[in-house]
Each structure stands twice: as C-alpha cells, then as structure tokens.
Design a binder for this molecule. Structure first.
Ligand code: 5RP
Length: 223
C-alpha cells in the first residue's frame, strides 16, 4: 500500500477522537492535511480548530472550518498531529514542516495528543531523522557548536538557497548524528540553551495515542 493511502487512513481514523462540541487542536504536515480533509465532514459538529501553522490555518479555512485564537482557549480535549519519528514510549521528533513551536504550544493546551503516522515513522530510539530546532538567528552558530560537542552536526535549513524563515520569523537548525536515549532530559537540556526557541523533541508533550498506518490496517498504540 502506498504511503499516501496510509496517511489518508490514519487521518480518517483520528476523527474518532474528535469530541463533538469541542474545539480541536490541529497540527501540520501532509498526514495532518488528510485529517483536516476528513474533519471537514464533521465541521458542523465542532466550533472550530486551533491551528499550529499558517499552512494548516489556510487549509482549515478553505474547507470552512473556523480557526480560533489559542489565547481564547483554556483547554483542548484533543490535539491531532503527525510526527517525523515516534518511539515505543510515545516520544517524538517533530518539526520536519518547521511548525514545531506552534505545534508544541497547541499540544501543551491539550488533554490528549493523538499522533497520526504511517509505519515509516516508528523507531526504537529517536535520532535518525535530523532533529529540527527553531532558533533565534543570531544564536545559530553557538547553538550549532553546542550540538557539535554532543557529537551532532547542525545545519541551517535552507529554502530557495536562503535560510528558511518560520511562521515565527526564526530559523531552523537540522541536527544529524544524535542518539537521543533520554528524550525528557535531552529536551530540557536543549531548551535551556540561550537562543533556542523550541527543540523538536516532544517528550514533555508526548503522544498519548498513536494511530499507526500499516498495510494490515491502522494500529492503535497507547502510551
Ligand atoms: C511539522 C511536523 C509534522 O508533523 C511532521 O514533519 C510529519 O509530517 P508529515 O505528516 O508530512 O510526514 O512536525 O512541523
């Protein structure tokens, strides 16, 4: 089965976690796009969504789903988002779509994080996918040096030959060569470095449920 079909299936399966009458937290990426398309079929049952990116906001609004300000929301019952990697504890690497900061903010508002992913994202230990880190541009080089001292190699993400600028006006470092055995400690450590906006390890905001798309069907994993 094609990866795209697996994404469609997990996107549709996530509808079961949407609580009628509740605002939904919505992530970013190609898998989430499938969820947004599915969510449009029940748009009359929800007041709207809190979005994690400009791209998801545009897709939600194009489908007639109201997008609400996160500051007007105290708590979300569910947040649905993809991942670049997810491990058996529900810890994730995210940020391949450069939306990690707003994703973590919306996840932190949510009682339940439902991760939707095809089986290629399932890993025993985080770190094969280049770790995205959103940084203040003037700190990029010193943060890169700190990753080098941990054995990693950090590169500024480019778009059209120039540093990619996030929805928050910052840059992304992609870090290779890391083996993240203790994601909770690693996330706390990197978050303390001056100039780091958000590290793409989601351990403190881990998944509670993973809907994993496989050729045999959608597997539901709980953590
Ligand atoms: C965006 C993300 C995405 O959830 C992650 O990159 C997975 O994307 P996709 O569903 O396209 O594989 O973290 O910042």
């Amino acid at each position: 089965m094609q990866q795209d079909e697996l994404k469609t299936r997990v996107g549709q399966a996530a509808l079961a976690y949407v609580v009628p009458g509740d605002i939904v937290g919505v992530g970013t990426g190609s898998t989430v796009n499938k969820f947004i398309d599915a969510l449009a079929t029940m748009k009359d049952q929800i007041p709207g969504a809190v979005s994690s990116s400009v791209a998801s906001t545009a897709r939600l609004q194009a489908l007639g789903i109201p997008v609400l300000d996160a500051n007007g929301v105290d708590r979300l019952s569910v947040y649905v988002d993809g991942a670049d990697e997810i491990d058996p504890r529900g810890y994730m690497i995210k940020g391949g779509g450069a939306a990690l900061t707003r994703e973590k903010i919306v996840a932190a508002l949510s009682e339940r994080f439902v991760c939707i992913a095809d089986e290629s994202k399932w890993v025993p230990v985080l770190g094969a996918f280049p770790l995205p880190v959103e940084v203040i541009p003037m700190a990029a080089r010193q943060i890169a040096r700190r990753f080098e001292s941990l054995g990693g190699t950090a590169r500024v993400r480019l778009k059209d030959g120039m540093p990619l600028v996030t929805d928050n006006g910052q840059h992304i470092l992609d870090v290779t060569g890391l083996h993240i055995a203790d994601p909770l400690a690693f996330e706390s450590q990197v978050n303390n470095w001056p100039g780091v906006v958000t590290v793409g390890v989601f351990a403190h905001q881990k998944a509670h449920v993973c809907l994993l798309g496989t050729p045999e069907g959608v597997k539901t994993l709980t953590f």
